[in-house]
Ligand binder design. Structure first.
Ligand code: TXA
Ligand code: MG
Length: 341
């Protein structure tokens, strides 16, 4: 069994064997970490409250925080939809059509009595059909064994930075966890979440799919969580302080950041700066890293960069505030949360 092999590059027969083994484990109630295009997920059979309890235990996450349930594409996906959710409103259907498989999670009304633990006891459920080929193959293999969906939060301990490689997952949970290695995640930040359970689309978490894309696809204006008076469901991805590395993070515009470096002079240790603008420093100890100019590229490397700074013993990370443009919203959101911790 090539448990730690790169599934994406393994031979077809070997890859099939690993996927079958993963599906068998999931069906038996165990946890399996799997790659998606956004971040790695920590999977369990969504219909088994007992299996899902294992996720909350492993993550150290409060069990009333709802999880996203991943479903297959095609016919198995349709079956899963009607198993877990009540019929979708037309605007939610249009969103699923436009973006699945892909980095979009829809919060919809749950079928009573199924996936109660995965939904954190709420009467809604988060559903997503991921675009990563390994995730899709795993979900197919699971569906074939009667596992209709995989509850899958990001495969990190509660409150920590999401994993974008199999190695990140192992560093969170150790070597006993079964991890499907599908290479580094292409998107790099978690899915955009749209709540479709309140009669109008509400953005709960920004991601790679922008507001404009969502509005164009569903034909309705996208509301903000604050616009609606109904209380927010508990959502750990929406806590102010989330996605934090061990080091303290500060966001500053380029000028402020340069002035701060000037004030420090040669007195700097355990400090990293991550900027689009070139920075001068009199200290040989400051770790300088260039941030790409493209939002997608920054998203792809964001969590790996934060983890890398931690691994190097950095205690303070100064980051240049991202541009105030729509395509940067997901990155801005993650960086602001890291800075709020
Ligand atoms: O990209 C992603 O979404 C990744 C990959 C693995 O798919 N998953 C992920 O899961 O980020 P997690 O559990 O780390 O974040 C899920 C977010 C949380 O903020 C959770 O509260 C929210 O989705 N959520 C899930 N179900 C919900 C529901 N029924 N109502 C409101 N929020 C919900
Ligand atoms: Mg998470």
């Amino acid at each position: 069994m090539i448990r730690d092999g790169r599934i994406a590059t393994a031979g077809a027969a070997a890859a099939d064997a690993v996927l079958a083994e993963a599906a068998r484990r999931l069906r038996a109630g165990a946890l399996v970490a799997f790659p998606t295009e956004t971040v790695y997920g920590l999977g369990a059979d969504a219909a088994s409250d007992e299996a899902v309890a294992g996720i909350f235990r492993a993550k150290g996450r409060p069990s009333d925080h709802p999880l996203i349930v991943h479903i297959a594409a095609g016919a198995h996906g349709e079956q899963a939809l009607s198993r877990f959710a009540q019929p979708l409103p037309a605007f939610a259907r249009r969103l699923a059509q436009a973006f699945w498989p892909g980095p979009l999670t829809l919060i919809v009304t749950r079928q009573p009595g199924v996936a109660t633990a995965a939904a954190g006891g709420q009467d809604t459920i988060g559903l997503r059909c991921p675009a990563h080929p390994v995730a899709l193959a795993l979900l197919e293999a699971c569906a074939a064994q009667g596992v209709a969906g995989l509850a899958g939060p990001s495969a990190n301990r509660f409150g920590r930075v999401s994993p974008t490689t199999a190695q990140h997952v192992r560093s969170e949970f150790g070597d006993d966890l079964f991890v499907l290695d599908g290479g580094p995640c292409e998107v790099g930040i978690e899915s955009t979440i749209v709540d479709c359970s309140r009669g109008a689309p509400v953005l709960l978490r920004p991601g790679a799919i922008t507001r404009a894309q969502i509005e164009a696809a569903c034909g309705e204006p996208l509301r903000d969580r604050h616009d609606l008076s109904a209380p927010d469901p508990r959502a750990s991805g929406t806590l102010a302080a989330h996605y934090a590395p061990d080091a303290r993070v500060r966001l500053m515009d380029a000028r402020t950041l340069q002035s701060a470096l000037d004030v420090l002079g040669a007195q700097a240790a355990h400090l990293a700066v991550w900027t689009r603008t070139g920075m001068r420093t009199a200290s040989p100890d400051v770790l300088r890293r260039r941030m790409p100019d493209d939002a997608d590229a920054v998203a792809r490397e964001l969590f790996a960069v934060l983890r890398d700074f931690d691994a190097r013993g950095i205690r303070l990370i100064w980051i240049e505030t991202p541009p105030n443009a729509p395509e940067w919203e997901g990155v801005r959101d993650r960086l602001q949360r890291a800075a709020a911790a």
